[in-house]
Write a protein that binds this ligand. Structure first.
Ligand SMILES: CC/C=C(/N=C/c1c(COP(=O)(O)O)cnc(C)c1O)C(=O)O
Length: 388
């Protein structure tokens, strides 16, 4: 359960039994061909494989490497979150759980979990910061229409960090009946491994599709935005041992790394324990976790997954930060050069990918993961678009 010095289970005694039960449930599921058949039978429901295609005008704009897009935004519910939510609900059913809880920031994970619960007939409660209930209202409507209960969390900054803490607090006193579908590659073991495993369908498909389209070659780089680390570890992990393939994670630089209003945990944080796991945290030297900011609710989080912390420590992956303003440029570029309106989270990867492509020769290739669609964000962006 360790990623070098990172990972582990830093949780109260009360959670040990259910985490051990979940680990056994996860291991028995991945070892069971029947589970994989059940998961693969859902591919037509999700819309897998998601497409991989060139971005001609974005490539021309960048003027360097060929840019390819992995279209996780085209999945059912509009992001990569559905991959992990469905897999975890299948496991919850195998564990005999009747109730599901989840945390959400952008609302994509909340919608994905509510969707999985509607499909498999489980009760669903989603914890969401009150600030995110406001700025991702479209997804709150969707969660409720799908039959989920949305609990607005008013502690702290009323964003993803607070929703996650509240979900853990609720889970501790409902362990018997309830499975907590954690939405990112964070939290105590086995969650980072479990979530990465089910999101790695992204990188596996990308590898196969790219090789088929390019005579067996691998891309020179793969790029993904980083919130908790699920779409990035999902895209990166199948390439982990292809060391010639560069991995670039793009974090939320908010108002700038020279301010205290950002969420660039790997770029500007330090090793620490947060939400039950040893990883990188935006905290000061005496462990006070910072308040964070990002224009994108899904990246607005002071922690990150331990596997990314490990790849940072070994140098296997590089991490940069894109500010709110740069993410909005990415949002506009993909919309107006490729006709694809991306989620604000994914917009960070677009900006970082374009900047990377500019530094690479035209005969090289990069794949950017478009982790989600931007419907949830169009209202907040429309207000600032004229100034872009
Ligand atoms: C689980 C909390 C994070 C959420 N979303 C995060 C997110 C992210 C960042 O999450 P990770 O992939 O887990 O780093 C990227 N792209 C989209 C479209 C997202 O919605 C959510 O609540 O939907």
């Amino acid at each position: 359960p360790k990623f070098g010095e990172f990972g582990g289970q830093y949780v109260p005694e009360a959670l040990h039994t259910c985490l051990a039960e979940l680990e056994k449930g996860f291991e028995s599921a991945v070892a069971d061909p029947e589970f994989w058949k059940e998961f693969k039978d859902l591919y037509s429901y999700i819309g897998r494989p998601s497409s991989l295609h060139r971005a001609e005008r974005l490539t021309e704009y960048a003027g360097g490497a060929q840019i390819w897009l992995k279209r996780e935004d085209l999945n059912h519910t509009g992001s990569h979150k559905i991959n992990n939510a469905l897999a975890q609900v299948l496991i919850a059913k195998r564990l005999g759980k009747k109730k599901i809880i989840a945390e959400t920031g952008a609302g994509q994970h909340g919608v994905a979990t509510a969707t999985a619960c509607a499909k498999f007939g489980l009760e669903c409660t989603v914890f969401m910061g009150a600030e995110d209930v406001r700025r991702q209202a479209l997804n709150v409507f969707r969660m409720r229409i799908l039959g989920a209960k949305v609990v607005a969390v008013t502690n702290g900054t009323q964003t993803l960090r607070d929703a996650t803490s509240e979900a853990f607090r609720f889970w501790v006193s409902n362990l018997e009946s309830t499975h907590y579908v954690v939405g990112s590659a964070i939290g105590p073991h086995p969650y980072p491994t479990l979530v990465r495993t089910f999101q790695s369908v992204i990188g596996q498909e990308t590898k196969e599709q790219f090789k088929t389209l390019n005579g067996g070659k691998l891309p020179n780089a793969v790029v993904a935005c980083v919130g908790g680390g699920s779409n990035s570890t999902g895209m990166f992990s199948p390439f982990e041992h292809d060391t010639e393939v560069k991995m670039l994670g793009v974090e939320a630089g908010g108002d700038g790394l020279d301010t205290d209003r950002h969420s660039a945990t790997l770029t500007a944080g330090i090793p620490g324990v947060f939400h039950g796991v040893k990883t990188y945290v935006l905290q000061d030297s005496d462990g006070q976790v910072h308040d964070t900011h990002s224009v994108s609710a899904g990246l607005d989080y002071p922690g990150v997954g331990p596997e990314l912390a490990f790849w940072k420590s070994t140098g296997r992956a590089d991490f940069v930060a894109a500010t709110d303003a740069q993410a909005l440029i990415g949002f506009k570029l993909l919309s107006q050069l490729e006709g694809i309106i991306p989620a604000l989270e994914s917009s960070h990867a677009i900006y970082g990918g374009v900047e990377l492509a500019k530094t690479m020769p035209k005969d090289q290739h990069i794949v950017i993961n478009v982790s989600g669609r931007g419907d949830k964000d169009v209202q907040s962006v429309a207000e600032v678009l004229p100034k872009l």
